[in-house]
Design a protein around this ligand. Structure first.
Ligand code: C2E
Ligand code: CA
Ligand code: CA
Ligand code: CA
Length: 275
């Protein structure tokens, strides 16, 4: 191997070199996808237990890679964040999600993930406003999903941005609730419309006896603060029944539907009553 030769080759550890090469290639491919439109949105239903109907969809990005096929967001969102490509990608997601939602019935909304870097970038409020006006979507049909990590940087700026987004009339949900290091203090600092209970807590319902207690604590707290709850990652009826009993208002998960392509949304809306 190279590194057994001259000492200068110590810099070229084969494994590191290969990793760096793959990363560079992925960045090149990601840039090309941004330029040429290599992304697609899938939509997963959000179901309201209180209203007993499908009330919206979460938009989830997919990358159709020319040689690797479909690449899931866990594989490229982090790189997009590091390279700043999340800004144009996130803008495309907002525009496309609003556009798609504008073709749905008026009582069906769309939830869009906003990454921490995208949230912190100057101009996020303008980007959201522009996506709304281009599509004609009513602001209250757009829900932005943000995570607790936005509070790690400048808290005052974060709160100012949250308020300016809220002033547009959009709804704001706190995603992956319970996975951050200090969730409770954030709930106190801003009136979120919705708290999305992380799927790790839903998973726990089948395996630990304290699972119910955690769900009950979160729904009770959210209710006291005037926020709705949604449980993500609901996969079976047993989990569903506990969540219903503990007063969770909204459900999302494979039990109802996996994320589907945009052209399958109409079908889900038609069959929605079958839940
Ligand atoms: P997330 O926001 O927590 O989205 C929920 C994830 O859980 C999705 O994975 C969804 O497909 C998956 N899921 C839904 N129901 C179930 C279930 O019953 N069981 C299990 N095991 N999983 C379920 P996906 O689509 O791979 O997205 C992963 C993450 O990538 C998202 O987590 C979100 O953080 C990020 N992401 C996805 N789309 C976007 C986007 O447009 N922009 C940004 N910034 N991030 C995105
Ligand atoms: Ca989400
Ligand atoms: Ca989530
Ligand atoms: Ca998650």
């Amino acid at each position: 191997a190279k590194h057994e030769g001259k000492s200068t080759y110590h810099f070229f550890e084969p494994a590191l070199d290969e990793e760096a090469r793959q990363r560079r290639q992925m960045e090149i491919d990601l840039r090309a996808a941004v330029k040429e439109g290599g992304f697609e949105l899938n939509f997963q239903p959000l179901y309201s237990l209180a209203q007993k109907r499908l009330t919206g969809f979460e938009a989830l990005i997919r990358w159709n890679h020319p040689t690797r096929g479909r690449v899931n967001p866990v594989e490229f969102i982090a790189l997009a964040e590091e390279t700043g490509l999340i800004i144009p990608i996130g803008e495309w997601v907002l525009r496309e999600a609003c556009h798609q939602a504008s073709t749905w019935p008026d009582d069906v909304s769309v939830a869009v993930n906003v990454s921490p870097k995208q949230f912190a970038a100057n101009g996020i409020t303008g980007t959201v406003l522009s996506a709304l006006s281009a599509s004609g979507l009513a602001p209250d049909r757009l829900e932005l999903e943000i995570t607790e990590s936005i509070f790690i940087s400048d808290v005052d700026k974060t709160l100012a941005t949250l308020h300016s987004l809220r002033n547009l009339g959009v709804r704001i949900a706190l995603d992956d609730f319970g996975t951050g290091y200090s969730s409770l203090s954030y709930l106190r600092s801003f009136p979120f419309d919705k708290v999305k209970i992380d799927k790790s807590f839903v998973e726990d319902l089948g395996t630990t006896s304290n699972g119910h207690a955690v769900i009950r604590a979160i729904t009770t707290l959210a209710a006291a603060l005037g926020m709705e709850t949604l449980a993500e990652g609901v996969e079976d009826v047993a989990q569903f029944e506990v969540l219903e009993r503990e007063g969770c208002e909204n459900i999302q998960g494979y039990l109802f539907s996996r994320p589907v392509a945009a052209d399958a949304v109409a079908e889900l809306l038609r069959d929605g009553a079958g839940y």
